[in-house]
Design a protein around this ligand. Structure first.
Ligand SMILES: [Zn+2]
Length: 451
């Protein structure tokens, strides 16, 4: 009888290169013929505001079906490959592996939801080892079991997207990625269901990462067919080692699920906070924009940093009294700043009327009057008429900001940021057919660069 096995791992990478999806793709290659895949490998981005996570905080889950004996072999392959490939010599790389047989326990699903926005300790994750169908393996200090559990318990039952990843030959790691730039524009144009390939506003290609990691390109979209079509239009100018398509929570805003009042906020959480602007936006050194909001429980600083570019200019039009909803990560108090919300997204809920005051005009000669002194009315400098009862004229100043959602440009988006292009898109309830998964994954695995 066939059994389900869910496998996940995290924290196998480090700044020096390597990456969790690369490891996952190697594992998929090794086990594909032995078992049935019941989903594309899942790339799950977890709370991006966690410390120790300089990169995207992504973990991978692989969901398969097979006979007991085959699943036992797969388990050994996974452990062996993680041990071999993970950068265990790096003290910041602390892999964790999670296995769940058959149905994912509801406690694990609940844990996964929390892993999207909260800070979780290793012992808290370790407690799940007591569930009979959960098996956690710690390497190094084992921090990776948090992400592994977070990924395994997130079967992407809400909105999701796909990412097509291509990988470089090991000898090219760390060198400049060679790609025909023009072909990226063609691919973008030809595939309306992909998104964020290019930031036209800042003239920047987004599909090729800049780091030393093994990823050559990542193309994001709504369907596996569409991201593969985009890849077929791209012309790499170097040999490609492997391909894979991941189903993922990227670009779904999944880390913003919890509303907070200001006094509840704790460092490194991802939070939604509604408040009234209590200190007007102003720029500080480094060209970062700072303002404050308040609610019934407290006051907190909010920051839009220099890399968010024109987003800062848009938010600089907020004034005291405006009601806004801020979506962001909580930066702990530092030497030179209080605890601060790093703004990733902002919704304007209510705008106050802004006015200016001007002196009235003379009834005789239409000249602009001068103040005759505090509470003494106005005096005309031309004909010397004095007006005791005239009041200043109130003039409404148009606001350069509207009741809508504001986002940084694509170049400053995080992996989880839902871009404007996806505003009305939600893939929840879209069926994943096993036969399609199998067919597409086989195509990807059989890929050989023919150039
Ligand atoms: Zn006059």
């Amino acid at each position: 009888m066939k059994k389900e096995l869910h496998i996940a791992f995290d924290d196998t990478d480090s700044l020096k290169g390597s990456c969790t999806t690369h490891l996952a793709t190697l594992i998929v290659h090794e086990i594909f013929d032995q078992v049935d895949f019941i989903d594309f490998p899942n790339l799950i981005r977890l709370n991006p505001n966690i410390p120790h996570k300089t990169r995207g905080n992504g973990a991978v889950a692989i969901r398969i079906e097979g006979d007991n004996s085959d699943l036992a072999v797969v388990r050994e392959v996974v452990i062996k490959t993680v041990k071999k490939m993970a950068r265990l010599e790096d003290e910041n790389t602390n892999p964790g592996i999670a296995f769940v047989s058959n149905a994912i326990p509801k406690e694990v699903k609940h844990f996964s939801k929390r892993a999207m926005w909260d800070v979780i300790s290793i012992p808290e994750a370790e407690e799940f080892n007591s569930l009979t169908n959960v098996d956690l393996i710690k390497l190094g200090n084992g921090r990776g079991i948090i992400g592994a559990l977070g990924a395994i318990g997130n079967p992407l039952e809400d909105d999701f997207t796909y990412e097509h990843l291509s990988y470089r030959l090991p000898e090219n790691f760390g060198t400049k990625r060679m790609i025909d730039r023009e072909s990226i524009l063609v691919a973008d144009e030809g595939t309306p269901l992909t998104f964020s390939n290019v930031d036209y506003e800042y003239n920047s290609v987004m599909i090729t990462p800049r780091g030393a990691d093994p990823v050559f390109s990542g193309i994001r979209g709504e369907t596996p067919e569409e991201v593969m079509k985009a890849w077929s239009l791209v012309k790499p100018l170097e040999e490609i080692a492997m391909l894979m398509v991941y189903r993922t929570n990227q670009h779904t805003n999944q880390h913003f699920i919890k509303d907070f009042v200001i006094e509840q906020l704790k460092p490194h959480q991802s939070a939604i906070v509604q408040g009234v602007v209590s200190k007007a936006p102003h720029y500080i050194e480094g060209s970062h924009l700072i303002f404050s909001i308040k609610d019934d429980t407290g006051v907190i600083d909010c920051a839009a940093y220099e890399p968010t570019k024109r987003f800062r200019g848009e938010l600089s039009n907020l004034v005291i009294g405006d009601t806004i909803t801020v979506f962001g990560g909580i930066r702990p108090k530092g030497e030179n700043h209080p605890m601060t919300i790093n703004v990733e997204r902002l919704k304007v809920d209510f705008l106050v009327k802004t006015v200016s005051y001007e002196n009235p005009f003379c009834d005789n000669c239409n000249a602009r009057l001068k103040s005759a002194g505090k509470n003494k009315g106005f005096k005309c400098q031309k004909c010397s008429t004095v007006y005791r009862d005239k009041k200043q004229i109130e003039k409404e100043i148009p606001r350069n900001i509207s009741l809508k959602e504001y986002l940084p440009p694509i170049i400053a988006h995080r992996h989880l940021t839902k871009p404007i292009e996806r505003k009305n898109q939600n893939n929840k309830n879209k069926q994943i057919r096993n036969s399609e998964v199998k067919r597409i994954m086989k195509l990807l695995l059989d890929f050989r660069n023919e150039s």
